[in-house]
Design a protein around this ligand. Structure first.
Ligand code: SF4
Ligand code: SF4
Length: 451
C-alpha cells in the first residue's frame, strides 16, 4: 500500500500534519506519531497496532491510501467522467469599446484601436445577440448559473442600447423559451451614473458593480481621458447609489499603493456599504508587469480581509469561490467562464469571442451573432478552450491545487508565455497560498470547536 499520488502533506502545527487529497479536496489531520506509524506500515506491509489498522482502513476507504498507481488512475478517470459539457454561463455584451477613462493598469485598453472601426453596438447587433442567447439557452435547459454582463469600454456611454437589449429580452420572453434564472450585471467605472440610469438599473433588475479602488491614492491610477483624478466623482456616485437604495458591489483592483494602505482600506469599504466586494489581481499588460512578490502580498491581503469580512457576513468573491469548493468538496474546474469555453463575448461589431482580453486583437473572435447556424459546441475556438482546466493539464497533475484552483486566467498565461495552455504562474502563487490558508483555517475551526 502507499499514499495516493494526490495526497499532499501540510504541517499545521508542531505535532500535526494535514493529509490533503488534491483530487477529491478532502483533508485528514494526523499527529506526527500517527504519520510515522502509517509510513512504517507502508514499509513493512503489516502492523499489530489496531489503531493504525483502523486509520489505514479509513484512509483506504477515502482514497488517501491505494494499493497501486492503477487505483489512482481509475479514480482520476471517474472524476473526469463527471466533467460536464460546456454551457454558456456568462455572456459579456460589450456595448461600446469607447471609454471615458484611461486607467493605467487596464489590460484591455489597447482595444481602443482604429483597426476595429465599429466601436458602438447597434440595435441590430443587440437584437441578434438576444436571439443568439435565446437559442443557446433553449439548447441547454439543464440547471447551471447564467449571467449576462454589460461591459465596455465604459458601458454607460451606450446605456440606451442596454435598455434596448433588456426590452428585447422582455419581448422575446413572451414568445420563446427564456430561463427565469438569468442574472443581469453591469460593470462600470461609475462616473456616468445618474438618477435616471440608477432608476432604470433598479427597474430592470441589473446588478451593479462599480470599479473603485477605495482610497484616494490607490484610485489615482483610474484617471479620466483628460488625465484628471476620478476619485471624488465616483465617490459621489456611490453616495447616490446609497441615497437611492440601489445595491452595488465594489470591484477593487489590488495595486502596490492599495497594499501600502492596507490598514485603512477595510474601514473605508465598510463605510460605503457595498453588497459584496471582489478583489482583482492585476493582469499583466505592457505597463504593469509584476513580480512574484506582488502576488504573495496581494494574496495575504485578500486572506486577511476575507477573515475580517466574514465575521460580519460579507464575502469577497474570489476567495469565496475556493472556500466553496473546499467546503463542499466540489471541483472548481475553471476560475473564469472563458476557461472551458463557457462564455460569449459579443463585441460591438457583432463578432463573438471567448475572452474580453482579446478584444484588442480579436484572437478567438471568429463567429458572428448574425449567423443563426452558429453553435459554440461545434466551433473550433470553443473546442480549443474546452480542455483548459488544471484537471486536464499535464503541468498540474502533481500540484496540490489540482481540483481547487480553476487554473487562473488563460489570457494571462497566453500573454506571458504564448499559449492559454501554459500556466498562469502568478495565479499559482495565489492559489497555493489560499489552499494552505484554507487547510490551516479548517484545522483551527475544528480544534476551536472541540475545545
Ligand atoms: S481568460 Fe482571463 S481575461 Fe479572459 S475572461 Fe478569463 S480571467 Fe478574464
Ligand atoms: S494552475 Fe498552478 S496552482 Fe493551479 S493546479 Fe496548475 S500548477 Fe497548480
Amino acid at each position: 500500500m502507499q499514499y495516493s499520488k494526490y495526497v499532499h502533506t501540510f504541517p499545521v502545527e508542531d505535532n500535526v500534519v494535514a493529509l490533503y487529497h488534491a483530487l477529491l479536496i478532502r483533508t485528514v489531520f494526523v499527529t506526527n506519531q500517527e504519520s510515522q506509524q502509517i509510513n512504517l506500515f507502508f514499509e513493512k506491509g503489516t502492523t499489530n497496532d489496531h489503531v493504525t489498522v483502523e486509520m489505514i482502513n479509513y484512509l483506504y476507504t477515502n482514497y488517501f491510501v491505494v494499493n497501486n498507481d492503477e487505483e489512482d488512475s481509475a479514480l482520476y478517470s471517474k472524476c473526469m467522467d463527471m466533467i460536464a459539457e460546456p454551457a454558456i454561463s456568462n455572456a459579456y455584451i460589450v456595448v461600446t469599446e469607447n471609454c471615458n477613462f484611461n486607467c493605467k493598469y487596464c489590460f484591455i485598453s489597447n482595444a481602443v484601436q482604429n483597426v476595429y472601426p465599429v466601436k458602438v453596438m447597434t440595435k441590430e447587433v443587440a437584437t441578434n445577440a438576444v436571439m443568439l442567447l435565446q437559442r443557446t439557452y433553449e439548447k441547454q435547459q439543464h440547471s447551471y448559473d447564467k449571467t449576462i454582463t454589460f461591459y465596455g469600454g465604459e458601458p454607460l456611454l451606450n446605456f440606451d442600447i442596454i435598455k434596448f437589449f433588456m426590452d428585447e429580452v422582455n419581448r422575446i420572453k413572451q414568445e420563446h423559451y427564456w430561463p427565469d434564472d438569468v442574472k443581469y450585471a453591469l460593470i462600470t467605472n461609475g462616473s456616468l451614473l445618474t438618477k435616471d440610469i440608477l432608476q432604470s438599473i433598479k427597474e430592470y433588475g441589473i446588478a451593479l458593480s462599480i470599479s473603485y479602488d477605495v482610497d484616494k491614492e490607490s484610485h489615482s491610477q483610474r484617471i479620466d481621458k483628460t488625465g484628471n483624478d476620478s476619485y471624488d466623482v465616483v465617490k459621489q456616485k456611490i453616495a447616490l447609489c446609497n441615497e437611492m437604495n440601489v445595491p452595488f458591489s465594489l470591484s477593487i483592483t489590488i495595486t502596490d499603493t492599495l497594499l501600502r494602505h492596507r490598514n485603512t482600506v477595510l474601514p473605508e469599504i465598510l463605510k460605503l456599504s457595498p453588497l459584496t466586494i471582489a478583489f482583482n489581481l492585476l493582469i499583466p499588460n505592457k505597463e504593469t508587469l509584476q513580480n512574484d512578490n506582488y502576488y504573495e502580498e496581494a494574496t495575504d491581503f485578500m486572506l486577511e480581509t476575507f477573515g475580517q469580512l466574514r465575521t460580519i457576513g460579507m464575502y469577497e468573491d474570489r476567495i469565496m469561490r475556493k472556500v466553496h469548493s473546499f467546503k463542499e468538496n466540489k471541483m472548481h474546474l475553471y476560475d473564469c467562464c472563458a476557461s472551458g469555453g463557457n462564455q460569449y463575448v459579443i463585441a460591438p461589431d457583432g463578432t463573438i469571442g471567448i475572452c474580453h482580453g482579446y478584444l484588442n486583437n480579436r484572437k478567438y473572435f471568429s463567429a458572428k451573432v448574425s449567423d443563426s447556424e452558429f453553435d459554440f459546441r461545434e466551433h473550433p475556438d470553443y473546442k480549443y478552450w474546452k480542455k483548459r482546466t488544471p484537471l486536464l493539464m499535464p503541468q498540474c497533475q502533481d500540484c496540490e491545487c489540482l481540483s481547487i484552483c480553476g487554473g487562473g486566467c488563460p489570457y494571462a498565461a497566453d500573454y506571458m508565455y504564448g499559449s492559454i495552455y501554459e500556466l498562469d504562474t502568478r495565479f499559482c502563487i495565489h492559489a497555493k497560498k489560499v489552499l494552505t490558508w484554507l487547510i490551516k483555517d479548517l484545522y483551527h475551526h475544528i480544534t476551536r470547536k472541540e475545545q
